[in-house]
Ligand binder design. Structure first.
Ligand code: CMP
Length: 138
């Protein structure tokens, strides 16, 4: 079993898609291990996406991620990282396969409805970012 971190992004939360997205994840046999509804401030959003800080879209990404509530969620499944990336689809909703979460609920490459960890190592870092006690409590 492996863990991954998903974040339902502000566009999907404000559009009322949180329940549908969580339902789709449960239907895909992910087990929900931790979840919260919260807001990021600019400092936290910048820290979370620090790997992108030199990219031209970084300021806009930080503004978007602080624009409203988000829903970080820890999910568990065999091969959770790759399985989750398959269910959410390509970063750009226009390139995502039919039926994927980003195809269904993304509106642009930035407002792409959901984030997913890109490796098991980063999943652990990202889970601890939002749920600092997670690995000491399991
Ligand atoms: P995410 O999977 O959360 O990882 C980084 C985010 O940066 C990505 O989803 C998008 O929201 C955003 N992003 C990536 N590439 C671009 C781009 N070319 N233009 C704007 N935003 C982008």
């Amino acid at each position: 079993m492996q863990y991954t971190l998903g974040i339902i992004k502000p566009n999907a939360v404000s559009s009322g898609y949180t329940g549908k997205i969580l339902s789709k994840l449960e239907d895909s046999n992910f087990s929900m291990e931790a979840i919260r509804v919260m807001r990021l401030n600019s400092e936290n959003a910048g820290a979370f996406y620090a790997v992108h800080k030199e990219r031209p879209f970084f300021p806009s990404l930080v503004a978007f991620m602080t624009s409203g509530p988000i829903v970080p969620v820890v999910l568990q499944k065999k091969d959770a990282v790759s399985e989750f990336r398959r269910v959410i689809g390509a970063t750009d909703p226009n390139e995502a396969e039919d039926g994927t979460i980003r195809k269904l609920y993304g509106v642009s490459i930035e407002e792409n409805a959901i984030h997913g960890s890109d490796s098991s190592k980063n999943a652990r870092i990202e889970i601890e970012f939002f749920f600092p006690d997670f690995f000491t409590s399991i």
